[in-house]
Design a protein around this ligand. Sequence first.
Ligand code: SAH
Length: 427
Amino acid sequence: MNVADSMRVASALEKMGYHDTAHPKEADVIILNTCVVRQSAEDKAVGRLSSLRPLKDKNPDLIINLMGCMVGVKDNPVLKKRFPYVDVFSSPSDPEPLVKYLLEKEGQSYELNETMTRFAYMDGELVLPTAEKGNLVASFISVVLGCSHACTYCIIPYRRGIEKSRQPEEILSEAQSLADQGVKEITLLGQIVDRYGMDNPDYPTLGGLLRRLHSIKSIERIRFLTSHPMYMTDELLNTVADYPKVMPHIEVPIQAGNDQVLENMRRGYTNSQYRELVQRIRERIPGVSIATDIIVGFPGETEQQYQDTYDLLSELKLDVAHLARYSPREGTVSARRMTDDVPDEEKWRRFRVLEDLQEGIATEIHARYLDKTIPVLFEEKSKKGRWRGRTETNKLVFVESNDDLHGKVVPVKVYWTGPWSMLAKLV
Ligand code: SAH
């Protein structure tokens, strides 16, 4: 989502005549887009921001814009005091404060256009930065902004604000504008993307939106993430199954395999409901790839409760598990009311055991691709001179070839598989 947000700012600046540079030293404006989902992400953002200070000291005309979840949606006087060398602060997804600042600096007046809401510049057009035009094969479109779910550990609703689906027409024209600039694959984004349209009776469902996007000619592939288990309707699964451009790839986090932990997280489902959902997805979409997210070391998580997560993962054999160690985030329910009582070494141990388990599962799943001929969408040539692409199920494939495969869907035959990628030859 931050990649999508950064692209939107780049697009707004591109419309004003700015262009991207290769090095911060050459820049007149530096935008630091931040994530604070875990402490480690926030530390990284603070580190990067501090490293920009010498540039500002050397060049007082440099404009620094701090953006994203570190800023949040409310005025943040503490942050402004802490980083006085930041010129502009902006909320996630919002290029407006920077644009306004730059225009005023140039002596131009800035009047908020009627259609520009808090989510400025979601105007149905995305101008890709010069370097990306004709180059970018796969791009993101945020379709649900914010989140109103309030899982007890999660800071995102506090920093991205309440859930709001974007207008379908705007999304469609944005997708068309990306297609016109050479993009072949779009991924629709939302914290709970399968809730698309549920906050507005006039909007289609996510399934309906996918079916409308399906008719954009030069778009070859469509994905969506992240889903929440409670909102995955049959209508959505049927759309994935029946519409060939909608990829058989579902990202649906479970977070924990134990019901008490799930309740403490306030996720709203049980582990058996999740198992049934996985079964339902697999029955409806043959060959589907399913990814999940897991948090280990949630407050109070016992060895036995953690074991339930292990058992669930080893039983379901999902394609991907994004693992995280619980990190208390200021202001969340779990940080306020629960004790972060699983020691760090123990979180690491649980993390590594699951990592090993998942590596084995992924190796096993990928081995099924051996000697198969499958379509791959190629994105770019790597530094090593191999073409990098993805299967319909979002698996990484490398192919050695002198042909120009950029942006093309090509059938390839897999001759080697590992836990993280595969090697293939053109057929
Ligand atoms: N909205 C999506 C994704 C949220 S962020 C969802 O709810 O599924 C991506 C992942 O970060 C989450 O799925 C969760 O596994 C992890 N995460 C969120 N808050 C966290 C925290 N406080 N500590 C550790 N991991 C966290």
